[in-house]
Design a protein around this ligand. Structure first.
Ligand code: SAH
Length: 259
C-alpha cells in the first residue's frame, strides 16, 4: 500500500476514493488536490492527495462493468481505500427523471445479466441477490451534498432551473442505451420483474459488487445527461463537456466537508 499524504494529521488515515466515469469530471477535482501525486497502476492513473482535509484517491473507472470493477478492486487492494464514492452521468429512464437532475443510488442491478433458467433473470449467480445496495449512511451524506450542490447559483446557471435530486434504483449494463423504443422496453421489462429503475448507466452495479465482496462502503451519484432516447447520442457529449465537471466538483466538495 502507498503512503497517502505527507500531512501528519492524515498520515494514519486511509483514503476515500472518488471514482469518476469521465475525464471531464476528474479534471476539476485534480485541480483542487493538495500535495497531488500520480501513481500509474494496472494501466490506469491514480491521483493521491488531500481534498478538504480528507486523504483521497481520484481514479477514472473507464467505461463498462469490467473496466470499472478492475478500477474498484485496484483502489481497494493497492491503495487501501476505506470508502468509494462514484460520480458520473446516466440516462434518465423513469418518467420525471430529466436532463440536469441528479440520481443518488439506493441500489443497483445489471440489466444485461441473464443466467436463466439456471438462475432467475437479473440475479447475480451465486450471490442469491439481484439488487446490490449502496451504503445507507454514505448515500445519505451524498444525497445532502447533491441537494446543496444543486441549490448553488453556478449550477442553476446551466439552465436546469427545475432540476431535482432523486434517490432510487439504477440499472447498469454494457450498452449505451440510445433509443426511445429500447429504453421503454428496458424500463417495462424491469418493471415487470418488480424493479422500478430511475436511470441507466454502464458501471455502477459492477463497483457495487466489488465493494460488497470487500466490505467497503459504496455510494454513487449520477447526473442525468440524456434520456436514453433517440437524441441521447447528441445530448450526452454536449452535457458532459459543459455541465458534468461543475456538477461533480460541487457535489464532491460538499460531500468531503460532510465526512
Ligand atoms: N464517447 C464517450 C462514451 C461514453 S459512454 C466518452 O468518450 O466518454 C457513456 C457513459 O455515460 C458511460 O460511462 C455510462 O455510464 C454513462 N451513460 C450516460 N448515458 C447513458 C445511457 N443512455 N446509456 C448507458 N450509459 C450511459
Amino acid at each position: 500500500m502507498f503512503p497517502v499524504t505527507p500531512s501528519a494529521a492524515l498520515a494514519a488515515a486511509t483514503p476515500v476514493a472518488i471514482l469518476s466515469a469521465l475525464s471531464q469530471e476528474q479534471r476539476g477535482l485534480v485541480e483542487l488536490l493538495r500535495s497531488p501525486r500520480k501513481v500509474s497502476h494496472a494501466g490506469r492513473d491514480f491521483w493521491l492527495g488531500e481534498l478538504h482535509g480528507q486523504a483521497v484517491v481520484l481514479a477514472l473507472s473507464r467505461i463498462g462493468k469490467v473496466a470499472a470493477a478492475i478500477t474498484a478492486a485496484a483502489l481497494i487492494e493497492r491503495f487501501g481505500v476505506r470508502r468509494i464514492v462514484f460520480t458520473g452521468v446516466a440516462g434518465g429512464l423513469a418518467d420525471g427523471v430529466n436532463v440536469g437532475d441528479i440520481v443518488v443510488a439506493t441500489d443497483f442491478l445489471q440489466h444485461d445479466l441473464d443466467a436463466s433458467p439456471l438462475f432467475p433473470r437479473y440475479e447475480v449467480p451465486l450471490y442469491g441477490k439481484t439488487r446490490l445496495a449502496s451504503d445507507v449512511d454514505l448515500s445519505a451524506l451524498l444525497f445532502n451534498a447533491s441537494c446543496a450542490a444543486l441549490a448553488q447559483q453556478s449550477l442553476a446557471a446551466h439552465g436546469f432551473a427545475g432540476a431535482c435530486v432523486h434517490q432510487g434504483l439504477i440499472a447498469s449494463g454494457d450498452r449505451f442505451v440510445c433509443g426511445a423504443d429500447e429504453s421503454r422496453k428496458l424500463r417495462d421489462l424491469l418493471a415487470g420483474a418488480g424493479h422500478a429503475v430511475l436511470a441507466v448507466e454502464m458501471e455502477g452495479a459492477a463497483v457495487a459488487q466489488v465493494c460488497l465482496d470487500y466490505g467497503v462502503p459504496f455510494a454513487a451519484v449520477r447526473t442525468i445527461s440524456d434520456r436514453a432516447d433517440d437524441s441521447a447520442h447528441r445530448d450526452f457529449p454536449r452535457f458532459t463537456d459543459e455541465v458534468a465537471s461543475p456538477y461533480a466538483r460541487a457535489i464532491v466538495e460538499r460531500l468531503l466537508n460532510l465526512l
